[in-house]
Design a protein around this ligand. Structure first.
Ligand code: NCD
Length: 324
């Protein structure tokens, strides 16, 4: 593979590609990925042993804490008969402690495995890792405040599976619009579809990044920024709530001021949500959604949103490893 494999568009071919940003995808690429989900779901739910990834090893290189992303990638590989090398917290437990660079670390695990899934606190780190890793695909599992493409893929699939379409949807993206990489990737994904409107509700100091706002509006995504819950329209098909990202703040005091500015309660849903909408959250739930809403049939965050994460990652791994 050429040194410049960089961030290539998918353009119908996943095999060998790095998955770094939602900007690599077209509508068609999303639909191609989604088309494998029923098969993946069947493998997982029927507990039929699968040999799809037999003989492959995927390195899970996680420099930042993770439950769902690490767990679902791990389970996805194993559901498909592959194996993982799990490197959690390399900055504490690996040669990174001794000062090893990202470049060297990636090149070492490239020698051991067939794909690398990386989570890193710095924006752009996954793209850098991919540029060093010449032979095998690198999947971004979250790069600081940058992107989290596989989360957006599962979020988009959850919307598609619920509404049967991704165009002509109105959504609310709420919480930490500045730092939430899941919001950034989801908005990029939604910008691929026509007649999509997103309301972005955030504290004043956590507004959606200006450069993203400009580029996504140029692509045709209608973005309306709001700072008050009373401005949420009842027409939203989905609410996507995110926590205020404590770890991105330099001052605890600043975090304390905004950490619970917006929390979904049964009353808020009663006032501003319609009966057919869905309530989403990439989790972890930290002052985002009142637990009384867990029983509400519109809440998908601990239900389909989680399960779809594994099916989507199974399909994605099958595709980038050239087994589907
Ligand atoms: C998110 C993340 O890590 O960006 N979690 C996840 O992967 N499901 C959201 C968050 O940490 O708030």
């Amino acid at each position: 593979m050429a040194a410049s494999k960089g961030i290539a568009t998918i353009n119908g071919v996943f095999k060998g590609k790095d998955i770094i940003s939602l900007n690599q995808f077209s509508q068609k690429d999303l639909m191609l990925l989604f088309s494998y989900v029923p098969e993946m779901k069947k493998i997982a739910t029927s507990q039929t042993p699968s040999k799809l990834l037999e003989g492959t090893i995927t390195t899970l290189l996680f420099y930042e804490p993770s439950s769902r992303t690490f767990g679902s990638f791990n389970a996805s590989v194993k559901r498909l008969g592959g194996q993982t090398v799990d490197i959690i917290n390399p900055q504490q437990f690996s040669s990174v402690v001794k000062g090893e660079t990202l470049e060297d670390t990636v090149r070492v695990f490239e020698a051991y495995s067939n794909a690398i899934v990386i989570r890193h606190p710095e924006k752009g780190a996954a793209a850098i890792a991919a540029s060093y890793c010449k032979e095998i695909p690198v999947i971004n599992a979250g790069d600081g405040i940058g992107e989290h493409p596989t989360q957006a893929l599962l979020d988009l699939y959850t919307l598609y599976d619920t509404f049967g379409r991704l165009d002509n949807l109105t959504g609310l993206l709420a919480g930490d619009a500045l730092n939430s990489r899941t919001i950034h990737s989801l908005a990029a994904g939604l910008s691929l579809f026509k007649k999509t409107t997103v309301y972005i509700l955030s504290p004043d100091i956590l507004k959606f990044p200006k450069d993203l706002l400009v580029s996504l509006r140029k692509k045709g995504l209608k973005i309306i920024e709001i700072t008050d819950e009373t401005d949420i329209p009842k027409t939203c098909n989905f609410w996507y709530w995110t926590r205020v990202q404590k770890e991105r703040f330099s001052s605890v005091k600043e975090y304390e001021k905004v950490k619970s500015q917006f929390v979904v309660t049964p009353l808020l849903m009663k006032k501003y949500a319609n009966k057919d909408m869905i309530l989403m959250d990439p989790l972890p739930r930290v002052k985002t959604i009142d637990t009384r809403l867990d029983r509400d049939p519109r809440s998908v965050y601990l239900r389909s949103q989680i399960r779809n994460g594994m099916y989507i990652r199974m399909a994605l791994l099958g595709l980038v490893l050239g087994r589907l």
